[in-house]
Structure formats: C-alpha cells, structure tokens
Design a protein around this ligand. Structure first.
Ligand code: TXA
Ligand code: MG
Length: 353
C-alpha cells in the first residue's frame, strides 16, 4: 500500500491513516514520516510483527529498536515508571514531542523482547510530526520503528528513499513529504545522576544542558582512522550510512588549505580514472571542480546541513560516484550529530590538513 498524505488536509488524512493503522494492528510493517527521518513501524507488542522489521531492513538482531508512543500515558505499558526520576520528567517536559529518545528500564511483559534485543532497557520517544502522531493514536499501540532504510544505507528523509530501499519488503509507505530535522533523534540514558548521549541527534547537547543545568553530560567518544596517504583497505567493510563509493572527510583550521587539498585530491582521483564527488556547503560549492559537487546546506545555517545530509549521500550512489571528499563542519549544536553521521559514512577516515 502507498498513501500520499497532505498533513494539512484533515479528514482525507484521517481516512488514509486509519487504513495504515489497521495494517499495523494486523502485524504488518508500515513506513511513516517523523520529524527526524522516516521510520519503519510495527506493533511493538507483537514478536512476529517486529521480526518483519528486522527482516525487511536486514538489520542485525542485536540492535534494539526505538518505541514510539503518542502520549505519555502509554509509558506505563512499556517502562517501569517507578524508576523514573525528576530528571527524566524534566526532559520529557522540555523535549516531547520531539527528537529525544530516552532509554528507560523496560516493564516485563509489555513489549516483545525482540524490540530491546533482550536488554533490560527500552528506548522511547514521542515524535513531533502530525502524521506520525495521528497514526500512533489510530493504531492505539506502542510502535517499534527504526529508520526505514536498508541496514547500512543512509536513513530516509523522503518517501522515495524508503521506496528505493524497501519496496516489496514492507506492508505500506505513508508519503508525508520531506522530514524536518533530517538526522535521527538524540538517544540518551541517565545513569547515577549523569546523562550519557548514546547517539547525538536532533536535540543538541547544549539544549540538554540548558534543560538540566546541574547534570553532567557525557558526549560519545569518537573513533578515528588517520587517513593521510590513504592506502585503500580492500575488503574492509564500513557499513553505516555509507555511500557505495570511497569517502573521506578533510578538515583543518584554514578553509583555503582544506579546499586546495580537496581539489588536488579530486584531480588525482580523476587522473586515475575514477568518477569524483565533493560534499561541501553552499558557501563553497562554486569554487570546486568534480563530476558531482553537492552543496549540502549552508554553514551559516547548520540545520540545513542536517536536513540535506542523507539525501546528498544517496545522490553520490545515484550518480555512481566512486571517490568522494567531504568537508566537515563545526561540532557545536546540530553539528555534533552531523559529524557523527558523516564520520560513520566515511568509515571514520579523516584527513587533517
Ligand atoms: O529519529 C529516530 O530516532 C528514528 C525515527 C524513526 O524515530 N529512529 C531511529 O531508529 O533512528 P534506529 O533503529 O535507526 O536507531 C535506534 C538507535 C540505535 O542506535 C539503537 O542502538 C539505539 O537507538 N537504542 C535503541 N534502544 C536502545 C537501548 N535500550 N539502549 C541503548 N540504545 C538503544
Ligand atoms: Mg537507523
């Protein structure tokens, strides 16, 4: 099934979402838009339904899923609410509905243990998107939903991305247009009164700190592969968000030096006979020469970089680009999530110039 919904069309949307919700209640999978990326939803209480998510995505079964709810009242069905602290509640007040996933102690007997990959905790969020919220309300169920991409590919920010990856493998797709934030939710866990960011995302570390000024916040540690002379490691498999081509990130304090290095690197790749791509920003795209130069948002408005990142990574594949150099952006605000995804996409290969 494929539904195209206009988030402002009221009654028509209700009919379509009622149909989609029925599929979910029957144990089928349905892809739907959220404010971050498209999710592939299934009834979190139904093991067979959850199995269908893992199968459609080719997702390893030890990677737990986020459960989506429409209302905080549903929390007691899946988490042990006795263990919630005032900090948890403050975060919910500040950021729900929105791109923050809280990892909370799971309530036994509530959801399928496939959702949590057998862990004692479950990630939960209330998405801030009218289509997602109405679908969740109509279904009346907690909905497990990872990003609706094939495992390893960039997450989908358009219904067409979902279609390209999963068509024929899922029950339905609700096309609600482009998602807003463009990168996934921030996943956090509170342990012994400290906050751990397990995955940076749409809610920034600065916003979390402002909501909980007295709490110590730990950002995730970064992996790095030094990539100065770049012997390509054949057979080395980097999977997350990765374009099919080879990609590395080039960073440095002086933008002229970074740009000169990238252009020389790309000319050398071209001379070797490779199709070449550059991932950069609106401010700089005009100065580069390659088979495909993508202006991924504007450095002046980092939210636009987040919005366009996954679509840009997919375009390199669509155009069959074999060799890609990417510029980095500052790691403040949403930049932390952007660089987290870009590093994974580049297999943590980083050149400092
Ligand atoms: O924005 C989002 O979060 C999107 C939309 C669809 O809501 N969903 C999403 O799901 O990105 P997924 O499955 O692609 O990523 C879920 C992340 C994974 O990194 C997973 O390991 C982590 O959340 N996660 C889920 N449950 C967890 C738990 N109990 N403990 C630690 N990490 C958990
Ligand atoms: Mg994902």
């Amino acid at each position: 099934m494929f539904w195209k919904v206009d988030r402002d069309s009221g009654k028509e949307m209700t009919v379509q979402l009622a149909e989609a919700a029925m599929l979910l209640r029957r144990g089928e999978t349905v892809a739907f838009p959220t404010e971050t990326v498209y999710g592939l939803g299934a009834d979190a209480t139904n093991t067979e339904a959850v199995q269908r998510i893992f199968k459609a995505k080719g997702r390893p079964s030890d990677n737990p899923l986020i459960v989506h709810i429409a209302d905080r009242d549903q929390l007691s069905d899946l988490v042990n609410t006795d263990s919630l602290t005032s900090e948890h509640r403050q975060l919910m007040d500040a950021f729900w509905p929105g791109p923050l996933t809280l990892v909370l102690p799971v309530q036994t007997g509530g959801i399928s243990s496939l959702v949590t990959a057998g862990l004692a905790t479950v990630g939960v969020r209330i998405p801030d998107h009218p289509v997602a919220l109405e679908l969740l309300r109509e279904a009346g169920l907690p909905i497990a939903a990872p990003s609706a991409n094939s495992s390893g590919r960039p997450s989908p920010t358009l219904a067409s991305h979902v279609w390209d990856d999963l068509e024929g493998r899922i029950g339905g797709i609700i096309d609600g247009g482009a998602t807003g934030v463009g990168v996934e939710s921030t996943v956090i866990q509170l342990v012994d009164g400290q906050l751990f960011i397990l995955r940076p995302g749409g809610v920034t570390a600065e916003q979390l700190q402002a909501a909980l000024p007295a709490i110590r916040i730990h950002e995730p540690e970064q992996e790095e592969v030094q990539d100065s002379e770049i012997p390509r490691a054949p057979g080395m498999k980097y999977t997350h968000y990765a374009p099919k081509g080879y990609m590395h990130i080039v960073q440095g304090d002086k933008s002229e030096a970074v740009m000169a290095w990238i252009q020389a690197d790309i000319h050398a790749a071209k001379a070797r006979g490779e199709s070449t791509g550059i991932l950069t920003f609106e401010e700089r795209a005009g100065a580069y020469e390659a088979d495909l130069v993508i202006a991924c948002g504007s450095l002046a408005q980092p939210e636009t970089i987040a919005q366009e990142l996954y679509g840009a990574l997919r375009r390199f594949d669509q155009e069959g680009i074999a060799y890609i150099a990417a510029e980095g952006c500052p790691e403040t605000g949403i930049g932390l999530a952007i660089m987290n995804r870009l590093r994974k996409a580049a297999g943590h290969r980083l050149v400092r110039v």
